[in-house]
Ligand binder design. Structure first.
Ligand code: MN
Length: 337
């Protein structure tokens, strides 16, 4: 698994008695969080029986299965965020159950009948700026939920560009995960699995959606918004979605790792492609948090190095010189990522 910036301040507080570990910083063994309201608190939007089964059976099972998937593996030492961020590398059991635990925890957190929308709050102003009005946002959420085929979720999330957006995802995926085409940090969750509504609404998912968007805990969404904007996770997602860097990394990996074992065939065949990708990285958009003089200088050095390497290969330089040059290029790459 790739390295990840830990939440230093959160970790400092996480061990104090009485302090509830923030969701994102949780690690194995995972625990079912206390439901922040009574089973009947969302009546009539969500009935008490649905709430009880959903929380005490479905969510509890995701926690149990997540612990079983992580126990005795290298994943024990990673945070919930890390398990989700690199979901593509971690196997389906981790992906589905880490998502199941995170998604349900956020869903409970963002439901309430007693937390009205406040246009003057930071999230109120951001929603007005992004969607025109809270009613327009509710329409987008409802539409996203109605058009999600099969089981899944609807999200209001903060993008790496710090904008608000709405999307839906299948199964227990969410926008933190690298498997998701829409990336960012969710701040509002709506469960559209049948188990979330079937006892009361049967097949009428639209009726459930129309009702559930009237039961949003706007105070919690506002707090989640501030936390997302300040979260190191957002910067990690920004880095993970930097296309030019990923494209360069792809060929770097295909050529450098064989060269470490003395196999120079890949770099001899792909040095032109590596140079082209370095140039594309230089001319493409650099994500805001990474657009610094130091990183721009490193990218310039990548282009220069890739150019020298390509010339060496055209001139059939000796293996030792090519291996050394490629290792230098790899070092420069890792000064960026
Ligand atoms: Mn559910």
């Amino acid at each position: 698994m790739k390295t990840f910036l830990h939440f230093v301040t959160i970790c400092m507080f996480a061990g104090l008695p009485g302090f509830v570990t923030p969701l994102s910083a949780q690690t194995y063994p995972y625990e079912l969080p206390k439901l922040p309201f009574a089973y009947n608190a969302l009546e009539p939007v969500v009935d008490a029986q649905t709430m009880e089964i959903h929380y005490s059976k479905h969510h509890a099972n995701y926690v149990k299965n997540l612990n079983a998937a992580v126990k005795g593996t290298e994943y024990e030492k990673y945070s919930l965020d890390e398990l989700m961020l690199y979901a593509s590398e971690n196997g389906d059991a981790v992906r589905n159950n880490a998502g199941g635990h995170y998604n349900h925890s956020l869903y409970w957190n963002t439901l309430s009948l007693n937390s009205p929308f406040d246009l003057q709050s930071p999230i109120g102003k951001a929603i007005a700026a992004a969607f025109g009005s809270v009613d327009s946002l509710k329409k987008l959420l409802t539409k996203a939920g109605a058009s999600r085929f099969g089981s899944g979720w609807v999200w209001l999330y903060v993008t790496p560009e710090k904008k608000l957006a709405v999307c839906s995802s299948p199964n227990q995926d969410n926008p933190i995960m690298d498997v998701s085409p829409d990336r960012g940090i969710p701040i509002l969750a709506i469960d559209v699995w049948e188990h979330a509504y079937y006892l009361k609404y049967q097949n009428k998912r639209g009726d459930y959606l129309t009702a559930v968007v009237t039961a949003i805990n706007w105070d919690a969404v506002n707090k989640n918004y501030s936390a997302a904007l300040a979260s190191p996770l957002l910067k990690s997602i920004e880095l993970d979605t930097w296309k030019g860097l990923n494209d360069f990394h792809e060929v770097m990996g295909q050529t450098f790792h064989p060269s470490e074992k003395g196999d120079l065939k890949p770099i001899r065949e792909q040095s032109g492609d590596l140079l082209a990708r370095a140039k594309a990285l230089q001319s493409g958009k650099i994500p805001a948090s990474f657009n610094t003089p130091e990183i721009r200088k490193s990218i310039e050095n990548l282009v220069k190095g890739a150019n020298s390497l390509h010339q060496m290969i055209l001139k059939k330089s000796d293996d030792k010189a090519i291996t050394k040059k490629l290792a230098e290029l790899h070092e420069i790459f890792h000064s960026i990522r």
